[in-house]
Write a protein that binds this ligand. Structure first.
Ligand code: SAM
Length: 314
């Protein structure tokens, strides 16, 4: 196994993520005026994929906003493997309050993100003109882009997060959107466990693939294999139950995991169902349900005060 070839292929998945997001923006599913700056080519993905991107984004946003609205002091967000994610820009321009937003990815990816932000006036203005911008990192007053390898989370990244303002005593949200699934579970679990044992107020939100063993799941794995990409985490956490246990057995007190069908049915306003069904024809409803059952959002949290649980659960 050549790790560098696989790392290269994994970094390539950032391109897919931003391409799909832009397609869903251009087709009217998602409102995000910043995605276009990170991907110039016009792209069009199938209605199935667009709907998937929409539900993923909506589900994650709902939980992130809930985290930000709970009143337990200043908030930090740490996005693991952030790629070209634009969430910071959206949250800030919608006047959401947070203390610091950190993003981590490989230097090959953050260098590109820095270059795009540096020459884009809209993006740099949101970060603020007091930000220091290096070749692969950005240090702003509420935004910090850090380059590194998540496999060195504890030894390398934690000290650098802390020297840039990360405060263990504050309520912190960790996001992993299609990231830990590519890592060896031994490495990703070190992250889950470190947070579970070192922070008192934390939330973890993960979006990733499940159900590798049925017909759909095996095709999904095979297609990735052709591209040298392995979903290393999927066999350790193949379903909703094991996704939850992953946190509960590592210091977290509460965990939930639901698939994207449930997110669509329970977390998305029926008015939105009507709106998106009018955007494009989607004949393959069964195929949509099947696809959606192979992705989940899992979230876990730790609170310093039991009464806060109500806030997370409501
Ligand atoms: N989270 C973003 C999103 O959903 O739009 C990007 C997702 S992309 C599928 C996966 C990202 O994780 C890539 O940008 C990749 O470089 C990053 N990544 C994977 N393994 C990593 C590691 N060990 N260290 C740092 N970044 C990593």
């Amino acid at each position: 196994e050549d790790l560098s070839i696989q790392d290269h292929a994994i970094r390539g998945t950032n391109e897919d993520a931003i391409t799909s997001k832009l397609s869903a923006v251009n087709a009217g599913y998602i409102q995000d005026e910043y995605v276009k700056y990170f991907h110039k080519r016009p792209v069009k993905r199938s209605p199935l994929i667009n709907r998937g991107s929409y539900v993923r984004n909506k589900g994650l946003d709902t939980l992130i906003i809930k985290f930000l609205e709970i009143e337990d002091g200043r908030k930090q967000i740490i996005s693991l493997g952030a790629g070209f994610d634009t969430r910071y820009f959206n949250l800030k321009s919608s006047l959401r309050k947070f203390y610091k937003y950190f993003e981590i990815d490989f230097p090959e990816i953050t260098a590109k993100k820095v270059a795009i932000i540096r020459k884009n006036k809209t993006l740099s203005e949101i970060i603020g003109d007091d930000a220091r911008i290096g070749d692969t990192e950005i240090y702003g007053s509420d935004y910090c882009l850090i380059s590194g390898d998540l496999r060195d989370f504890i030894e390398d990244l934690i000290p650098r997060l802390e020297s840039n303002g990360f405060d263990r005593s504050l309520s912190t949200l960790f996001l992993s959107e299609c990231v830990m699934i590519y890592m060896d579970p031994t490495n990703s679990n070190k992250i889950v466990e470190w947070i579970g044992t070192n922070l008192n107020m934390a939330m973890f939100i993960v979006y990733e693939q499940i159900l590798p063993n049925d017909a759909f799941g095996s095709v999904m794995l095979q297609n990735l294999k052709y591209r040298n990409i392995e979903l290393r985490g999927i066999h350790a956490y193949p379903d909703l139950e094991s996704q939850k246990d992953r946190y509960l057995s590592r210091g977290w007190t509460h965990a939930e995991a639901i698939d994207m069908n449930e997110i669509y049915d329970l977390y998305i306003d029926p008015k939105e169902h009507v709106r998106i069904s009018r955007l494009e024809m989607l004949d393959e409803l069964e195929e949509w349900r099947l696809l959606a059952s192979h992705y989940c959002i899992a979230w876990a949290y730790k609170v310093s005060n039991e009464s806060q649980i109500v806030l997370y659960d409501s």
